[in-house]
Design a protein around this ligand. Structure first.
Ligand code: BEZ
Length: 330
């Protein structure tokens, strides 16, 4: 069975259209049709229902598509990773979640470039969950994440735990009193802005509409019990009475700045919008979230150990508590 035939079927099935597939594959419609017919003859099964408009797969075709989708992704990763091994480049692709960008990431990149002046660093804003596929396929070489995963091909090292702080509008009474060491129970009557939509979607597979709800009860059992900020409140026996869910941390802070509510963010974000937002430490020792560094277990980038050393140096210079892990044996 020819790979070209599989790819033709995969593209048409994925895009659910012959004409859309012509643009992607650069093959004409008759050529795509011929390749798919040859594939159907190879396996003796009709994959596309040709009498149906718009295009539909047969039940067997839908099953076959699902199977080869995973196989073709694996194949593409194998090719990318093999090329990286054969032709090591001086390029390091780093995936990161937005919250680390406001913290130490710029300092880490600048120190890394001083240590390895010929290294070209490319940065990609990508959620903790999407980082796994991107690492496996070789799109990124290393990543900084906030949530743990259990994928056996990806190594995940805990760098440190970072404290949460409360972000409140500048005209809020606690800001005016400059009250530090807040307890979450003091904040439960405020409208809490939640921003872990992508995280919840990946956990539950639930549709975005559940995560878009504007009250805690509408988050549903799965959303509410896994929502990281609600979990922090629940640990302190506190329940926010009003919540609003937005798509990311920048929007959450934008709404706080506009006086729409309060939120909790990692301490490294305290320099965001300081004219409109006041940040307050929390009394709870365990109100923290982790920072992980992740990489492909079998193919660590040659610059990985230097990157780790640079991060540890920055922690030491700035007096940041962290957990030192052994560098990878080369
Ligand atoms: C940190 O805040 O610990 C951190 C942020 C980005 C890269 C590495 C570490």
């Amino acid at each position: 069975m020819q790979l070209k035939r599989l790819k033709a079927f995969h593209t048409v099935a994925r895009l659910q259209s012959f004409s859309a597939a012509t643009a992607v594959t650069k093959l004409s419609q008759p050529t795509l049709s011929r390749l798919i017919k040859q594939l159907e003859d190879d396996i003796g099964v009709e994959l596309i229902d040709r009498y149906h408009r718009p295009l539909q797969l047969t039940a067997a075709g839908a099953f076959f598509f699902e199977k080869i989708d995973g196989l073709l992704k694996e194949l593409n990763s194998a090719i990318t990773l093999t090329q990286k091994i054969a032709h090591p480049t001086d390029v390091l692709n780093i995936g990161f979640v937005p919250s680390v960008l406001y913290g130490l990431l710029p300092a880490v990149i600048s120190a890394l470039k001083q240590r390895l002046p010929t290294l070209e660093v490319h940065l990609k804003d990508i959620s903790s969950f999407q980082q796994i596929d991107a690492l496996k396929s070789g799109i990124i070489d290393v990543s900084f994440a906030r949530f743990a995963h259990t994928d056996a091909t990806i190594n995940q090292l805990l760098l440190r735990h970072e404290r949460y702080v409360a972000a409140v509008p500048k005209n809020h009474p606690v800001a005016k009193d400059n009250k530090q060491h807040l307890s979450l129970s003091e904040l439960q009557d405020e409208k809490l802005i939640l921003y872990h939509k992508a995280h919840l979607k990946n956990l539950s597979g639930a549709s975005a509409s559940a995560a878009l709800s504007t009250s805690t009860s509408l988050l549903g059992d799965m959303g509410a019990s896994h929502e990281p900020l609600l979990t922090l409140f629940a640990k302190q026996m506190a329940t926010p009475h009003h919540t609003k869910v937005v798509s990311d941390i920048q929007i959450a802070l934008g709404l706080v700045a506009a006086g729409e509510g309060i939120t909790l963010v990692p301490a490294s974000l305290v320099s965001v919008r300081p004219e409109q937002i006041s940040y307050h430490s929390l009394v709870h020792e365990d109100a923290t979230l982790p920072i992980y560094i992740c990489y492909h277990r079998q193919h660590p980038h040659p610059a990985f150990n230097t990157l780790l050393e640079v991060i540890y140096n920055i922690y030491e210079t700035r007096g940041i508590t962290y957990r030192r892990l052994a560098v990878i044996e080369s």
